[in-house]
Design a protein around this ligand. Structure first.
Ligand code: GTP
Ligand code: MG
Length: 402
């Protein structure tokens, strides 16, 4: 059975401030390749341990989902394994919680070898907490949601040990790749251009801005997590100066901790940058909450002391004029731009250039180095081993470990 019609459930747990939850869940769902066919909003002070929502609500949900012809129900919260199983039993429909939804989007987006290993590690970590369900659940996601059409209902019992073995392999491989990345980064930092990393809430416009600044073709789309893999490119501040910029994965509220853990080496680009451009969707009614979410992830990955300029993007939608805002000491702290129309990009270059000058004053006598890391990174991207494996191949590999 092909799963494609999703009924959405947004639950506010004693807090109401995240007003656009429904909109965000819709975008997450379509980004996962599902079509939303209905929405139920519910309030609860405290989750029911067995079914999260009360039994009356769950029954109502079942009726609504059936009426809408849904073949899967998507929750905007993280459910425990038991809650998910119980809800599925009552509804007689598969359930995807927020963590699984985000993991599944990441699975579909990951292109580089590193990205794919990271996603696999995160998914296994998640799976290891739900072993009671064996592979059925994973297979349902793969066979149903994935485009590959997996073996469907095949029942395979995996034990914790086997997953442990695979996770250790993945961690070792990732460690090796992280070392490579560190070498590339050191090569870069020996050059005389500063490194700038774009960070921000998913869909804020990081890739669009990155493309405008560097004329690269980083994938930009009105989807969440369009970018998973880090891309680095040079951009010109003026006729003489360049900086190296990296476009990275977007952050989101409640980013599954397995993903933060698994994507550590990717997020390291952010930690080790000389300057962060924190890109904000200025047209979002919840931009303040999104800024706070991003700051909290930056704190988690220990990047909160990297100097930051806030880039308020999408001013074509807000009517704000392009502008540099400075702090009391005259340092740029925010810039208003539109990556789409190009308004404010000169101001942004100017702000980064000012920062770079000051940075160079603080770090004199840095030797120049050939920038072969750029070639290395290009090689990485063209690596034939990056071919996507099918669910069947992945399963076969796991079975061979038994
Ligand atoms: N109106 C308007 N839309 C923009 C602007 N910049 C980006 N967008 C749109 O916003 C959407 C998301 O842009 P991306 O550049 O993919 O955003 P991102 O931050 O890289 O997103 P992820 O990689 O998914 O985290 C796309 O549909 C863009 O066309 C802007 O300045 N104005
Ligand atoms: Mg992007």
């Amino acid at each position: 059975m092909k799963i494609s019609r999703a009924f959405l459930v947004v639950v506010s747990l004693g807090r109401t401030f995240y007003q656009d939850s429904a909109e965000e869940l819709r975008l997450l769902t379509t980004s996962d390749g599902l079509t939303p066919v209905g929405l139920m909003q519910a309030k609860r002070d405290k989750p029911d341990p067995a079914t999260f929502l009360g039994s009356g609500k769950i029954e109502e949900l079942g009726d609504l989902a059936r009426e809408a012809g849904a073949d899967i129900v998507v929750f905007d919260i993280a459910l425990s394994a038991a809650q998910e199983r119980n809800i599925e039993r009552v509804l007689n429909l598969p359930v995807l919680d927020r963590t699984e939804l985000i993991l599944d989007i990441f699975r579909q987006r990951a292109k580089s070898r590193e990205g794919r290993l990271q996603v696999e590690l995160a998914r296994l970590e998640h799976l290891s907490t739900r072993l009671v369900r064996g592979w059925t659940h994973l297979e349902r996601q793969r066979g149903g949601l994935g485009k590959t059409g997996g073996p469907g209902e095949k029942q395979i019992e995996l034990d914790r040990r086997m997953i442990g073995v695979r996770m250790k392999q993945l961690r070792d491989q990732l460690k090796r790749l992280a070392r490579q990345r560190g070498t590339q980064r050191r090569a870069r930092s020996r050059g005389d251009s500063i490194t700038v990393s774009l960070a921000g809430y998913t869909n804020a416009g990081k890739s669009t801005l990155f493309n405008k600044l560097t004329r690269a073709e980083s994938y930009a789309a009105d989807q969440l997590f369009a970018t998973l893999d880090t891309t680095a490119r040079k951009f010109w501040l003026n006729d003489e100066e360049t900086v190296v910029a990296t476009d990275t994965v977007g952050f989101i509220r409640g980013l599954p901790h397995q993903l933060i853990e698994a994507f550590k080496s990717t997020l390291d680009e952010t930690v080790h940058a000389d300057l962060l451009l924190h890109v904000v969707d200025a047209s979002s009614p919840v931009r303040e909450e999104q800024i706070a979410e991003v700051n909290s992830v930056l704190h988690d990955i220990k990047a909160d002391d990297v100097p930051t300029i806030l880039v308020y993007n999408k001013i074509d939608m807000t009517g704000h004029a392009p502008e540099i805002v400075r702090d009391n000491e005259g340092r740029p702290k925010a810039v208003f731009v539109s990556a789409l129309t190009g308004a404010g990009l000169d101001e942004l270059r100017e702000a980064v250039s000012e920062f770079a000058h000051k940075w160079r004053d603080d770090h004199p006598n840095l030797p120049r180095e050939p920038e072969d890391w750029e070639r290395e990174m290009a090689n990485d991207r063209d690596d034939p081993r990056l071919k996507r494996r099918s669910a069947a191949e992945e399963l076969a590999e796991l079975e061979s470990l038994l």
